[in-house]
Design a protein around this ligand. Sequence first.
Ligand SMILES: [Zn+2]
Length: 398
Amino acid sequence: MEGLAKFPPRPTGAGDMFQLFRDGAPRTRASLVSETGQSRSTVAARIDALRSVGLLVPAGEASSTGGRPPSTFAFDPRSRIVLGVDLGATHARIAVTDLAGEPLTHLDEPLAIADGPEHVLSWVAEAGDKLVAQAGRHRDELAGIGIGLPGPVDHTTGRPVNPPIMPGWDGTDVPAELHRRLGAPVMVDNDVNIMALGEHRTIAPDVDDLLFVKVATGIGAGVIMDGHLRRGAQGAAGDLGHVTVPGAGDIPCRCGNTGCLEAVAGGAALVEQLRRAGATVATTADIVALVRSGDVAAGQAVRQAGRDVGTVLAASVSLLNPSRIVIGGILAGAGEHLMAGIREVVYQRSLPLATQHLRITPSGAGAQAGVVGAAVLVIEQYLAPASVESLINAKEDS
Ligand SMILES: [Zn+2]
């Protein structure tokens, strides 16, 4: 046993013990004693503390080999609610979830982000209030609000930074503005990061190293490594749209550079390319419809876009060695063409060891990914050991 002393001590607080319950399985006092190595009285006190803040509830009795069966306890995800908000360029999706990220009610509406923060955030607050009531809950029960924006966000402040398609939003204190309207803590991230979180949570919780790639009008990626979302130093990690595609030449990009992936393979680039070839298309959605109708030129254009995305992704595969790449965004809806182009190049350009167990799949969470991911952003914070400890301390002080 002496050798064990070299390892860090086992975590001991109620917040740490609560983490065991997050797998959803009910536990008895005796099983917690053996899982944590703590005394029966300590475990009993921790359970009482967690019950006092509503996070644990009695979950019936375990089977017994004789005598009185022991009581079990389980995480109660319904004890609080979360508002998840996913704002796109022209649509908004908003959902009330429980603390497991399970949507209770949701709402989808057209909303132009270009209408500016005052209009959009007021809409979010009103719609949020309405949904909370619809779920039969109260605003006081909100653990927090998670919101995804279609542009770069400084993760430490929650403020958008020079967002290209969000006029009037640069530097807006989104957390303060929403907190003023709804009275709950607010967390902000970019739309691709929340989609990555949502996909990870709902479809691939066991996949620790995952890249989520959104291919739409813009192109970007959310990076999950070792089970956690990685944002980099300033929150700009995963911005694949402005990596140069070899051989793309001097096609100008809205960022000021030339030959960027987005300028070559993004929705706007494809619309322009197909228009020149004589097709009647105005939006990325038109391209998807055209491909689905069997148009050969549109199918080829999307497949080539897939190859260009694949070229940039092959470099990411060498750098990060993910075991799963998930392709989402509206262009992913254009059938197999995009996926085929991506797979073709990634498997060809990466070393066998990196692709041996690599799966490249379309998004499985679909439209829900964003709102669920926005809620997960809040939940991870709210249920972290330190936050659970402060909930308990606040309860004991009151
Ligand atoms: Zn660019």
